[in-house]
Design a protein around this ligand. Sequence first.
Ligand SMILES: *Cc1c(COP(=O)(O)O)cnc(C)c1O
Length: 300
Amino acid sequence: MTSRTVDAQLGAEVYFKCENFQRMGAFKFRGAFNALSCLDAEARARGVIAFSSGNHAQAVALSARLLGMASTIVMPEDAPLTKMEATRAYGAHIVTYNRYREDREEIARRLATERGLCVIPPYDHPDVIAGQGTAAMELIKEVGSLDRLYVCLGGGGLLAGSALAAKALAPRCKVYGVEPQAGNDGQQSFRTGSIVRIKVPDTIADGAQTLSLGRYPFEIIRRDVTDVLTVSDPALIAGMRFFAERMKMIVEPTGCLAFAAVRAAGQQLAGQRVGVIVSGGNVDLERFAALISKPAGQAR
Ligand SMILES: *Cc1c(COP(=O)(O)O)cnc(C)c1O
């Protein structure tokens, strides 16, 4: 997608890769489908397990169904009902846990050992990273070389995959990761050269509430990414409003990270060809309405 308004405001050519229109509503389908497709016949027959309350759960459940595999998803018992229903509708077996008393990774690993299931992590896995990179690959193949590419950043699977795709197809393209201001562990890690861990960040960007970068993504990001930037929650809301009003798209808060950084860069981008990954569109309409109706500064 493109927007004449955005191009005119920035004096740039901006190309949006809209993963809010992806199957199950986010780019996570790419990584999950690739990782499951790479399993051998024996592992496929046993099935897979993932722990997530968000888009990764639905991505693994849908990919497993399409590939004829069984999937188990470990979710907090207080996860939004709509998310649980959507995951169950894709045919997944759901195991719930109490997020204040139990450790989901431990539960997933125990079930994996007991039942011989393969654990599919949301970002810290080479096949997941390779799958996520196909969004940037498609964008560059479609619109041609870019000067800059902006990508949202949680655990780093999408950014690492995008950086690899850009390096191969547009080697002079600068790649930027974008995080919520309240959770800038990726920026700290990038700038200090070792993985920094933080407490659960207080931000509306729930897809980027990760505590630290994954090890595989970090190695790629530190080598192939130009910089990691941050944006505020009010800037995410301004992005959601713009997407809805001007481009007629529903984008979840996390999906607005990259665009918010592009808007903040303003005239710095004049004359450049800029790619923006819009990562997903899964947000309850009630929450969407509540967020966009609050005055700037009252993000929550
Ligand atoms: C998972 C997710 C992200 C963050 O991706 P990582 O690979 O963890 O960095 C960003 N946006 C959306 C919509 C997501 O679901």
